[in-house]
Design a protein around this ligand. Structure first.
Ligand SMILES: Nc1ncnc2c1ncn2[C@@H]1O[C@H](COP(=O)(O)OP(=O)(O)OP(=O)(O)O)[C@@H](O)[C@H]1O
Ligand SMILES: [Mg+2]
Length: 569
């Protein structure tokens, strides 16, 4: 119960800025419900006056009925337009809040989720909540208005019938108790299966090369069928469950209708034609009560789904933020903006250095990746970081980028304890292919959104990319596919280096950035790195001896410890 209340408050908090619009939808819906009940009463008066042959009265009621029908059409159209506007804007707001939260949260938090899991939550779960707020909730309220006003109208015609009409309520309450828990379970399970399914599809398409070269097409098809069959089973179970619950409701409603009908027929035979109007109104009002009851029961799963979706989104919102300041996220401000003066100052300052002081780190507390690491990198120095695969070289860089934090010891930049703002002093070429889909120009602009064409061409030249980019038919506007598809591995690497050159920061980190290049191209690029003005601190992670020639010092990381190599063989 406490959790339900928390989830309702959370949904309210996220949607309160659209409260007025939602209220408008509710108001229009409620007016439409009252018009429906009004129509039943007008129909009764119309039948009464026409059976009693009162011409003027009959014309009056025909006109009123016409006006009611016309108002119904107009209000319905307005409702459709307003609802779709509100639905879209509530969805956008909710999605951008969550998106911002995710991208501002700590890097390690992301590791807990598969990217498809995040995608499913930010799309499916947000849609579930948006639809509930902008469609289900207003329709529930207008159904309640219809139910209540029909009940009052029926009460004025026949108190006994009005009681019979709501006799279905106790059954409904009983069903909702059992139904709610089970439905919530179904929703969560279905979303899990949906994530699994999307993950399977995404990974198949991402790794189509592996599927093909390992001749896995048949296996993947079978795996897909297995996942689909599990999804289908779950849907069937849910449908059985809903069908049985709805069957109970329909049966109770039918019994009620049967009683009203028999009672009406008997009173018709007693009172004669004068009871025609009453009988018509009663049957209409009775169904006006039954329709909302049905409507409410079919809205119930949607409500339960929205609460379960809120649960899954609250979990995302609990991802710890990098900047513990909610305001910064709301306003879209991230880190301290990079300051040119600071750059000049920090690079001109000869005492400027990076200093690791007895740093320990482990992704899990039980196994240390880095132990008692101490290293000092001075202004203008280029150092190489070597060592066997999996020993923690990239991990050390992640510490420097403040993506992870030491479990012991401290890291300093220029005598200041390293903090997230220092990330802005770093230009980084990560290991692996990190290009976005889009044009080469757009990719390079990630390095510096304000870069001029001249600066871009210079960065391309320095990274030995200018010739190959110029040879492409669309040059800078050439579109690269996902993960740099359309380019060779080495070309993609050179573009990521150009992107880092454009960023122009006092610390440059190359993590196996030249691993796919031939030695001549590699040396050309490394010489450019060496001759950068102003000279940044440069950390080069490499397995290749050729890269070591431009480095001032070489450190080897092995068995969680870092040692300075006096000579490298
Ligand atoms: N996100 C992570 N969560 C848990 N463990 C991780 C994570 N990333 C890396 N590791 C582990 O940390 C260790 C060091 O990984 P790291 O990527 O730093 O190695 P590396 O020296 O850069 O290797 P390579 O030369 O192959 O790139 C590895 O044993 C790896 O399994
Ligand atoms: Mg690595």
């Amino acid at each position: 119960m406490k959790k339900i209340f928390r989830n309702i408050c959370w949904i309210y908090d996220k949607c309160k800025s659209s409260f007025l619009w939602i209220s408008l939808i509710i108001l229009i819906g409620s007016i439409l419900s009252i018009l429906t009940v009004g129509r039943s009463l007008v129909a009764k008066s119309l039948i009464d006056s026409s059976t009693q042959n009162i011409k003027a009265e009959t014309i009056k009621w025909v006109i009123i009925l016409g006006i009611l029908l016309l108002s119904n059409i107009i209000l319905n159209s307005i409702n459709t337009i307003v609802s779709s506007y509100v639905c879209e804007s509530v969805r956008n707001k909710l999605q951008s809040k969550l998106y911002n939260h995710i991208i501002y949260s700590k890097w390690m938090e992301h590791n807990k989720y598969h990217s498809v899991e995040l995608l499913t939550r930010i799309t499916n779960d947000v849609n579930t909540i948006t639809n509930t707020i902008t469609n289900t909730l207003p329709s529930i309220i207008s159904l309640l208005v219809m139910l209540f006003s029909s009940f009052l109208a029926l009460l004025s015609i026949s108190p006994l019938m009005s009681l019979i009409s709501i006799g279905i309520f106790p059954i409904l309450i009983l069903l909702s108790k059992v139904y709610g828990k089970k439905l919530s379970h179904f929703y969560t399970e279905i979303q899990k299966k949906e994530t699994l399914y999307n993950r399977f599809l995404q990974e198949s398409f991402n790794n189509i090369l592996i599927v093909k070269s390992f001749c896995l097409e048949n296996n993947r098809s079978k795996d897909l069928a297995a996942i689909q069959s599990k999804k289908l089973n779950l849907s069937i179970k849910k449908s059985y469950f809903s069908a049985i619950s709805n069957g109970f409701l329909a049966l109770s409603s039918m019994l009620g209708y049967f009683v009203v009908f028999i009672w009406g027929t008997i009173s018709l035979s007693i009172s004669g034609v004068s009871a025609f109007g009453d009988l018509t109104a009663m049957l209409q009002l009775f169904s006006n009560i039954q329709i909302p009851i049905y409507g409410l029961s079919s809205s119930f799963p949607q409500l339960v789904s929205a609460l379960s979706a809120a649960d899954r989104l609250i979990e995302l919102e609990n991802m710890a933020l990098e900047i513990p300041n909610d305001e910064a996220i709301k306003n879209g401000i991230s880190l301290t903006p990079f300051n040119e003066n600071y750059y000049t100052e920090i690079t001109a300052n000869l005492s400027n250095k990076i200093y690791f002081e007895n740093v320990d780190f482990g992704y899990v507390s039980t196994s240390a990746i880095l132990k008692n690491i101490s290293i000092s990198i001075n202004h203008g120095e280029t150092i190489a970081l070597i060592g066997p695969s999996g020993e923690g070289k990239t991990t050390l860089i992640r510490l420097l980028l403040c993506l992870i934090y030491p479990s012991k010891g401290n890291i300093y930049i220029n005598e200041e304890i390293l903090n997230i703002n220092h990330r802005n002093l770093i230009s980084y070429v990560p290991q692996g292919n990190t290009l976005f889909s889009g044009s080469i120009f757009e990719n390079l602009k990630f390095g510096n959104p304000e870069a001029t064409e001249e600066q871009i061409l210079k960065a391309l030249d320095m990274s030995s990319s200018l010739d190959f980019v110029n040879s492409l038919p669309n040059r800078l506007n050439t579109i690269i596919g996902e993960k740099g598809i359309g380019l060779s591995e080495g070309q993609a690497q050179r573009l990521t280096i150009a992107r880092a050159f454009l960023r122009k920061r006092p610390i440059l980190i190359l993590d196996e950035a030249t691993s796919s290049l031939d030695s001549k191209t590699e040396l050309n690029i490394l010489n450019q790195v060496k001759n950068l003005i102003p000279k940044p601190i440069c950390i080069i992670i490499t397995h290749r001896p050729s890269a070591l020639s431009i480095c001032d010092k070489i450190y080897k990381l092995e068995n969680a410890t870092l040692t300075l190599c006096t000579s490298y063989k």
